[in-house]
Design a protein around this ligand. Sequence first.
Ligand code: HCR
Length: 395
Amino acid sequence: MPGEGVPTAQKTSWATFLKSIASFSGDLSSLTAPPFILSPISLTEFPAYWCERPELFSAIADTNTDEERSIAVLKWFISTLKGQYTSRNEKLGSEKKPLNPVLGELFFGYWPDINGRGQTNLVVEQVSHHPPITAYHICNPTKGLELQGHSAQKTSFSGGSIIVKQIGHAILTVRSPADEIVDQFLITLPKLRIDGLWYGSPYIELTETSYIASMHGWLSVIEYKGKGYFGGKSHQFKAQVYPPSPLHTAALPTPSTTAKHTLEGLWHLTSKDNRTGETFTDVTTPKEEVTTLYEGLDEMNEWESRRLWRWVSKGIREGDFEAASREKSKIENEQRQRRRDEQADGTNWQLRHFNHIDSDPIYELLGKLFKAQPPLEDAYIFKHNGPFTYTPESS
Ligand code: HCR
């Protein structure tokens, strides 16, 4: 039934919200949404989804060949999708509108070293507010793994759904114990469709194609389909892994035209290797949420997401939306004042953990494997060399 997921008192504001998004293109985060659809979690926490199966991330380093490594990267990537795109439905009942981070907002976390997999550390910084851009750095120094990326979104409305084009990419670097680069991967992000709006129960479906390209010429092409395709199931994918062509040189990676591996299934449940029939991914087992370095909010730095939004989140969680909105206005006004002060002083906000570059040379090179669009992209490079030791003061 239309609107059945919407509380009676909010049906009118939901209809108004839907009308406003139907004629809107750009930054959805700036639109005011009815309370029932608000999430108490900021977008700066989302990069943690990349590592909620830390053993699959660390397994990338335990491979012996370029081919094995490319398959391990694909396995880890597919296994992150359930967390990235369905966890709000599981936790909060439907997809929700996350808190829109302020410029300079931070999130730090880690996954501990268990059974020799090494500790994995996460540093996130909101590097732009308008448009919202979130930069992240995930590293497992013991295993020589480093994932660096940024994420922004461009939204439009089509056929009753919100279409979200993800802007940004991630680069995964694998290093030897002697700190030499063994492999590098360019990871692009799928397009999202937010369905179920009419019913007030939004959920994500992934569409079109994303790519993982390695510096040795291996290329994974991942196609996403939802209900109505290949037998009508939600969250389907088919990944084809192409080996490097014999003509490939180290300077210019080129994949062959025939795939060597095909992996297929449901990204939120299980998938199989088509050739062997063996299970490829299985995300039906529990995942491991990130641990924040300091548990108590008072111990955290004032820019850390959970501390910064604490009263807004409390209001949303407890259904006290007046308090949530009052606290949100305080944060927004403080931000506006900061920008005015900077303008008056002729200064600019300085990023703490990332440097911006206009064009990412790794994106540019590895993007040639699949004719990436756009052919050039900017990037945010982690400032700290070697493992970064976090303290509330250092943030
Ligand atoms: C589109 C979205 C904000 C961005 C979220 C991203 C793309 C962020 C990067 C993560 O790695 C993956 C990810 C997952 C989320 O699905 C996606 C969000 C879904 C909704 C939200 C909109 C800004 C809010 C729309 C409001 C709706 C629910 C009515």
